[in-house]
Write a protein that binds this ligand. Structure first.
Ligand code: NDP
Ligand code: 8X3
Length: 252
């Protein structure tokens, strides 16, 4: 029987690319995000390959998260794969100049939102003694960089939650995996720099960043290993990137 994957943050970037590649491999999709128009257009694009269900919600809205999962039609309730991808950086300021709103957004979305969705989905996996949770962390959750402060803290939290999930869910045969990308050219930098396109493009100046498709490719690999194999953690960089802070850029 075809699997069902729930992907948060499927309206752009890594999540959207993951939805596309999963659909190429016959995985039915529950695609989530706040931008409903995008979800509906992705649904109409992919529906000839797999079954697609859309859920429009903000991961910060705790009550909505639990209600929407409870209200899932019966044939969508058995989620095999949860891709916890929704998230963003907000701002890029030194700690003493950071905006409280930005800090709250990152903690509420990247950490608490991920927890709410996980708490709504994982008990079903435990009941069925099967499932796979893929958490999208970041190199920012492995190395702190200047001005990364609270975004890095949110991704270090994802790293800890990922490890905690793996320990707690081990006895139920549930796989837990983390994918930690370096620089990926999505809407991420535009969100971080609040729509400043020039500043966001300059993040990738003189180097070739990863694309959402590159990350989706790895996520597909992670979820298609044999039953006895779990890729528990992984870091994926563009070739030009060696760490959070070391990126080779053209000298021309
Ligand atoms: P995008 O900005 O392209 O996508 C972010 C996605 O998250 C969108 O689909 C957005 O949907 C969703 N999202 C954001 N806030 C909320 C919210 N409050 N409620 C529900 N959904 C939300 O960025 P990426 O694809 O790059 O980011 C995806 C993940 O990858 C994030 O967790 C990010 O931290 C991580 N990552 C990104 C890297 C990069 O360089 N791009 C590197 C390392 C990790 P909508 O706005 O419709 O709600
Ligand atoms: C996104 C990558 O380096 O901007 O998580 O933090 S980085």
């Amino acid at each position: 029987m075809s699997k069902i994957a729930l992907i948060t943050g499927a309206t752009s970037g890594i999540g959207e690319a993951t939805a596309r590649i999963f659909s190429d491999h016959g995985i039915n999709l529950i695609i989530c995000g706040r931008r409903e128009k995008r979800l509906l257009s992705l649904k109409s694009e992919l529906s000839h390959k797999v079954k697609v269900h859309t859920l429009t919600f903000d991961v910060r809205d705790k009550d909505k998260v639990f209600q929407i999962m409870e209200d899932l039609p019966e044939d969508w309730k058995k989620i095999d794969i949860l891709v916890n991808n929704a998230g963003n950086a907000h701002g890029f300021d030194p700690i003493h100049e950071g905006s409280l709103d930005d800090w709250e957004s990152m903690i509420d979305i990247n950490v608490k939102g991920l927890l709410y969705v996980s708490k709504a989905v994982i008990p079903g996996m435990v009941e069925r003694r099967s499932g796979h949770v893929v958490n999208i962390g970041s190199i920012a959750g492995k190395e702190v960089y200047p001005n990364g402060n609270v975004y890095c803290a949110s991704k270090y939290a994802v790293d800890a939650i990922n490890n905690g999930m793996r320990l707690d869910l081990n006895q139920y045969g549930i796989k837990v995996s983390q994918v930690n990308p370096g620089l990926v050219d999505t809407e991420f930098s535009e969100v971080r720099f609040k729509g400043d396109k020039q500043r966001s493009q300059s993040v990738y100046d003189g180097m070739t960043p990863l694309t959402g498709d590159d990350i989706a490719d790895l996520i597909l690999f992670v979820v298609t290993r044999p039953a006895h194999v779990n890729i528990s953690d992984s870091i994926i960089f563009p070739t030009a990137q060696a760490s959070s802070t070391l990126v080779r850029r053209d000298q021309s």
